[in-house]
Design a protein. Structure first.
Length: 337
């Protein structure tokens, strides 16, 4: 049949809301990224630390109440970190922790069956938060690799292949395009950072003596999600900005890892100068920056001055805002040409 005889036909498929157009970009990006064998290996490896901490929680919950003498301060400090254990030390002094757990004399409360339960209620939230913090610290290394594999080609390839001409020939806005690319990276980071923390908390609740522990720890999943978002959002936008500044994927990859290496070198210089605790060093090296922010959000082991904490949050916000602005301008440039 000649083309001019076809005419217009009604769409017989299922109509979808225009607000979900970004999901098409995200779905395509996720499927393409998942084809990488290295990415699949990294995702599998990132689930090993949660299993280790799950075992630690298992022994903690089994021994802290039934066998108080098994609660070893040195082991606890190793598992949850010295910064977090210092808070436990404030509640139950390091030299007397076993005696306090056994006797339950520290901060004794009513309505508990035995002294061990009183001490366990004091220790449990701090230990759980410490494990979530340690888990997030371990997964931050995986975050660098995951973003380094996914983000560099996201926008640089579209600029090189002029795919914008195809994208924006559809009823697709710039914000929907950016959000779709953002969700491509964020979905894998949620899988490797946020989800393991939530499942670790649920596992800890299941191993607890009773469901009443939720009353003391209900805010932990919320804090874990917020601390993850505080790390995922600016770093994803930063990687997207680097990708938008070049048409070569290898340059974008090099730029992403250079940012982290230069921050580590800066921190080492301050360490050599015996100023490792300098605010500039903690802001330049993103690993230290997000560690401090996570400690504040999780409300555990943070003794940083309020002014330093405010500065660090401003740095993170500035990274996100500047990166988003640059990406928006780069995406808009081909439409103005």
């Amino acid at each position: 049949m000649p083309i001019h005889n076809l005419g217009y036909r009604d769409w017989e498929g299922e109509r979808q809301s225009g607000g979900t157009r970004w999901s098409v970009i995200a779905n395509v990006g996720i499927r393409r990224a998942w084809q990488s064998a290295w990415l699949r290996r990294i995702v599998v490896v990132t689930w090993a630390p949660p299993l280790i901490f799950a075992v630690a929680i298992f022994f903690f919950e089994r021994y802290v109440a039934s066998e108080p003498s098994m609660f070893d301060p040195g082991l606890a400090s190793l598992i949850i970190g010295d910064d977090v254990f210092s808070e436990v030390e404030n509640e139950l002094r390091r030299a007397e922790v076993q005696q306090a757990v056994q006797a339950g004399t520290a901060y004794a409360e009513e309505n508990f069956d035995n002294p061990s339960q009183r001490a366990a209620r004091i220790i449990r939230p701090l230990v759980w938060k410490g494990m979530l913090l340690q888990l997030q610290k371990m997964q931050s290394g995986a975050m660098i690799l995951v973003i380094g594999l996914i983000a560099p080609p996201l926008i640089s390839q579209d600029i090189r292949s002029r795919a914008f001409l195809l994208y924006f020939s559809r009823p697709l806005t710039r914000l929907q395009y950016i959000f779709g690319k953002f969700c491509t990276v964020a979905s894998f980071l949620f899988l490797t950072i946020t989800l393991p923390q939530i499942l670790l908390y649920l596992f800890a609740v299941l191993l607890s003596p009773d469901i009443s522990v939720v009353a003391d720890t209900w805010d932990m999943p919320v804090r874990a999600i917020l601390s993850s978002l505080a790390m995922i959002t600016p770093m994803t936008l930063l990687a997207m900005m680097i990708s938008s500044l070049t048409i070569e994927t290898r340059f974008a990859t090099f730029g992403w890892f250079t940012v982290w290496v230069s921050g580590a070198v800066t921190a080492m210089v301050f360490v050599v100068a015996q100023e490792a605790d300098s605010l500039l060093a903690r802001c330049a090296f993103f690993w230290m920056l997000f560690r401090d922010i996570s400690m504040v959000i999780l409300d555990v082991g943070s003794k940083r001055p309020v002014s330093d904490v405010a500065t660090q949050f401003c740095v993170v916000l500035g990274i996100a805002v500047i990166s988003f602005t640059v990406v928006l301008r780069k995406v808009s440039a081909p439409m103005k040409a």
